[in-house]
Design a protein around this ligand. Sequence first.
Ligand SMILES: [Zn+2]
Length: 236
Amino acid sequence: MLQVYPVLCRKGYMDNYAYVVVDEATKVTAVIDPSEAEAVIAKCEDLGLRPQFVLNTHHHFDHVDGNADIKQKYGAKIVCNAADAYRIENSEILLKPGEYFVLGASRAKIMDVSAHTKGHILYYFADDKILFTGDTLFNLCVGGLFEGSACDMFKALAKIKALPDDVVFYPGHEYTMGGARFAFEYNHGNDDIKKYLIRAKERLAQGLPVAPVSLGEEKKCNPYLEAATLEDFERL
Ligand SMILES: [Zn+2]
């Protein structure tokens, strides 16, 4: 079983989430997208965990800036898409989409979702029904198109939509309230979006991330997942 500990980084201006993930059976630990080292190391120390791996979803600085310090402190190996190795420093474990990354007794399938950036990957722990979506899927919105087209993002989201509804996802930023107004209007203030926003506001008021949300809930409330065709998607 996988335990997930979110770490809010760059609070108030970028609101990144890094994640400390632990395979409970073996205590093998990884850090996902360490936006900054300090907050992530503090969390690992609090938990008494020594990460052996750093997993990156893509190369943007606000996802990899903590890599070097975490590698130095714990000897963690840096893991990324082989296609991104040229722009993620010191990457050592290079994965291809479709392959698995093994974390103790857990494993994550590598899914290519090139759109926000070329070579952006997701880590999908199917047995645990947990998906790390980086800057591809956020609560109620999606990532910007830095290196891909709307068509690329539509295809990337189709891969996510094909996963079971009871999979929960953990995004790379806390952007929920940024997407809330549009999602509310798009869904004509229906019960699903009302329920979603009540829960989101409660979580945020308690200083908690809105994640995890199930893909089933997200599919009902996120306009970018609701778009059935590329034409609908491009109109958003
Ligand atoms: Zn990014």
